[in-house]
Write a protein of this length. Structure first.
Ligand code: PMP
Length: 426
């Protein structure tokens, strides 16, 4: 038994499923989850000391690479001054100012402790601001695990949503409408029928929780247009895309501006941080200025802020993104070539440093149904093959991959060599 197997057995005694977030348990791909001990740059090291080239990047945050010396130094400097005060600190304003400078349309921002809290709070704010209850979301998008967002589509596009987890009241689910991602006609239809009841639309501007699915041209623009027409709040969930697809987020990349933006992952540099922000008139609806309540004992934690601020300084340096985007492209093109050479139907998507591979005959993947139709068994074999080769991919086929600034051309080559051997065995 290796150390991960041993640790997993122990963990299962006192932690449900042995993990603190379900996907970590490897249920989708089978086998024992790898327990990690440390990470440096592009690599993670497991409890037995085995090295992996890491394309999970803690599910997105580590774009400057793991344990970046400047981030670590900023954190150490801050934590020596005290871990938490539950009172305002200067660094919160510094990070807030940085976010407002970088993101188009962000006038004010409030910090929370996770992406889930960010989207949950943004939804409440949209409802409070508009005085309406209905929320539109899209199938295959994930916005964290708050009640209003753990909802799947009912039988028809415009039927009331149904809870996707026991514990979510049906009475709440009926206020969430789930439409198809990239379905412009579906959005227009929904708004034409119930637009005046819609508090807000929440969307992943590049879907990264159904593998990696970019918006088709016109999709985000249509959301902006319909929200404007009906006075609904457009919430662009940039928890994953923020500072992944450009230094101005997906909104800068696609030229579509939200009313409210939610953030997490990269902006916290690997610490538990999230944020929601946007138009001043909406943000002033939040307590203590306005009537919509939202709070947090550890929100704006100075140590977490230090990791986030340093990370955002590093990504703001001219030319930071080009090499990462080039390597992402080299990786997906290389994977496609090697799959083709092995006679395996396979395609890819990528935007900036987000990418995904699909075991499918389809040439292009643009929606949830196509993702569901991919060959999951083949992905699982590929995942385990790559894992034993020392390449760590997300342990489920519905997750985007991530490139960091620490990945080198040699890492890409090593990954492609491994993929060639694994494809040959599939
Ligand atoms: N929104 C998006 C787009 C996400 O990808 C995630 C997490 N993967 C969340 C929200 C929830 O964030 P957290 O896990 O930090 O609660």
């Amino acid at each position: 038994m290796n150390r991960s197997e041993q640790l997993f057995q122990e963990a299962q005694q006192c932690i449900p499923g042995g993990v603190n977030s379900p996907v970590r348990a490897f249920r989708a791909v089978g086998g024992t989850p790898v327990f990690f001990e440390k990470a440096q740059g592009a690599y993670t090291f497991d409890a037995d000391g085995k090295r992996y080239i890491d394309y999970v990047q803690s599910w997105g945050p580590m774009i400057v690479g793991h344990s970046h010396p400047e981030v670590i130094a900023a954190v150490i400097e801050k934590l020596q001054l005290g871990l938490s005060f539950g009172a305002p600190t200067e660094i919160e304003t510094q990070l807030a100012g940085k976010l407002c400078n970088l993101l188009p349309g962000m006038d004010m921002v409030r910090f929370v402790n996770s992406g889930t809290e960010a989207t949950m709070s943004a939804i409440r704010l949209a409802r409070g601001f508009t005085g309406r209850d209905k929320i539109i979301k899209f199938e295959g998008c994930y916005h964290g695990h708050s009640d209003s967002l753990l909802i799947k589509a009912g039988s028809g596009a415009l039927t009331m949503g149904v809870p996707s987890s026991p514990g979510v009241p049906e009475a709440l689910a009926e206020h969430t409408i789930t439409l198809n991602y990239n379905d412009i006609a579906g959005v227009e239809q929904a708004f034409s029928e119930i637009g005046e009841q819609v508090a807000g639309v929440i969307v992943e501007p590049v879907a990264g929780n159904m593998n990696c699915v970019p918006p088709i041209p016109g999709f985000l623009e249509c959301l902006r247009e319909q929200c404007d027409k009906f006075g609904s709040v457009l919430i662009i969930d940039e928890v994953m895309t923020g500072f992944r697809v450009s230094h101005t987020g997906a909104q800068g990349h696609y030229g579509v501006q939200a009313d409210l933006t939610t953030l997490g992952k990269v902006m916290g540099g690997g610490m538990p941080v999230g944020a929601f922000g946007g138009k001043r008139e909406i943000m002033e609806y939040i307590a203590p200025l306005g009537p919509v309540y939202q709070a947090g004992t550890l929100s704006g934690n100075p140590v977490a802020m230090a990791a986030g601020l340093k990370t955002l300084e590093l990504i703001s340096v001219d030319g930071f993104y080009e090499p990462i985007f080039k390597r992402t492209e080299a990786l997906v093109n290389g994977l496609k070539e090697r799959a083709a050479a092995a006679g395996i139907p396979f395609t890819t998507n990528h935007v900036g440093s987000m990418w995904g591979g699909f075991f499918t005959e389809a040439e292009q993947i643009t929606n949830f149904q196509q993702v569901m139709d991919c060959d999951g068994e083949r992905f699982n074999q590929f995942f385990h093959g790559m894992l034993s080769e020392g390449v760590y991919l997300a342990p489920a086929s519905y997750e985007a991959g991530f490139m960091s600034a620490a990945h080198t051309d040699e890492d890409i080559q090593e990954t492609l060599n491994a993929a060639e051997r694994v494809f040959a065995k599939l």
